[in-house]
Design a protein around this ligand. Structure first.
Ligand code: PLP
Length: 359
């Protein structure tokens, strides 16, 4: 390993002797399986954040009694870095990820990460590993910031010590295959007063089993409904959902069961900018089914950082099965194009969503 240096912002950087980059096959990337050369680690002891460190990506040394393993005190974020035609690296609305990480942390009784650690840490890490970001639409570097409770104590109470970390994984055009969804009638991912709005690790573990049952029936994902009555459509596995009835786009309002997605709020803004009628209101399963029956249901799509916009081809609820029509000009493609053009610095950015990492 190369000698450790301390930067002006006071960060310890230990870089790798030789990069793993030449050994990576960028034509066969499976999402989330390959990680770059470096990672960021910042410890918090007794409420005090220590000096952030960038070091070679590798295993952690954590005691088995660390609270995260027993009580799931863990939150995360998902973002992407994009490279434009001039080799500049950009993020998309990273301030929103930063705010949401700390909102999630607060709900799980974890300390908030300082803005300087998040942004200076992320920028320094991205600069070190920027060769891992390939140009061209669809290519990106997936960024996974997260916080875990690592105090080695197994009493059921909040930890005194935490680790904030950032790891990076190269991603190519995300093709999730054909997606059909099962609308939840029995299971729920979140409840009123719970942690559904937080990007908390446990929310995802809770979805795996019901989703695996849906998979067995040939549905790749579940659309979650409200836990009380299972009569309102809320969101999909890791995506918010939009429904197009005639030419109106409808999405559920945020509440404490729904993740406040950045792609979702960007689609809502772009719809307004482009004179597409958008309604943010509760939408009932019965409304969806009658629109499917009378032919006014045109599209369903998911919105989230990984796939940006993911068209949904069909759904099932109880005994009712429906296939969506194939459209000439779907809204799904329209929004994906608009968002990608902003993300890859191919168009003007009137809301200042782009954030320059490297000049
Ligand atoms: C991350 C996530 C989303 C999408 O949020 P983005 O900020 O658009 O990536 C939607 N729903 C859930 C449950 C999520 O975890």
């Amino acid at each position: 390993m190369k000698p450790t240096v301390t930067t002006p912002f006071s960060m310890k950087i230990t870089s790798v002797e030789s990069s793993k980059l030449p050994s990576v096959d960028f034509n066969n990337l499976s999402f989330g399986t390959v990680f770059t050369d470096h990672m960021l680690v910042c410890n918090c002891s007794n409420g005090k954040w220590q000096t952030p460190e960038i070091m070679p990506y590798g295993p952690l040394n954590i005691e088995p009694s660390a609270r995260v393993f027993h009580y799931g005190q863990a939150v995360f974020e998902g973002m992407k870095a994009y490279k434009d035609n001039d080799d500049k690296v950009w993020l998309f609305r990273p301030d929103e990820n930063f705010k949401r990480l700390n909102k999630s942390a607060e709900r799980l009784a974890m300390p908030e990460v300082p803005e300087s650690v998040f942004f200076e840490g992320l920028k320094t890490l991205l600069n070190l590993d920027k060769k891992w970001i390939k140009k061209g639409k669809g290519n990106s570097l997936y960024i996974r910031p997260f916080i875990i409770a690592d105090e080695p104590v197994i009493s059921a109470s909040p930890s005194l010590n935490y680790k904030f970390m950032i790891i990076l994984s190269p991603a190519s055009a995300y093709y999730s295959g054909e997606v059909r969804v099962l609308i939840a009638e029995k299971y729920s991912r979140a409840a009123d007063g719970g942690i559904g709005f937080a990007k908390a690790a446990g929310n995802y573990a809770a979805q795996f089993y019901p989703t695996s049952l849906a998979n067995k029936e040939g549905y790749q994902q579940v659309i979650w409904t409200d836990a009380n009555s299972h009569s309102y459509l809320e969101e999909a596995g890791t995506m918010n959902v939009f429904f197009r009835i005639n030419d109106t786009l409808i999405t559920a309002p945020n509440n404490d069961r729904i993740l406040d997605g950045i792609t979702r709020k960007s689609v809502i803004q772009l719809a307004k900018d482009n004179n597409i009628n958008i309604e943010v209101r509760p939408i009932k399963v019965t409304e969806l089914i009658s629109a499917a029956k009378d032919g006014t249901l045109k599209e369903i799509f998911g919105a989230g950082t990984a796939a940006v916009i993911n068209p949904i081809l069909g759904f099932k609820h109880s005994d009712f099965k429906h296939e969506l029509p194939k459209l000439e000009k779907p809204y799904a493609s329209f929004f994906k194009e608009k968002l990608n053009n902003i993300q890859y610095n191919l168009t003007e950015d009137k809301h200042q969503w782009r954030y320059l990492v490297t000049p």
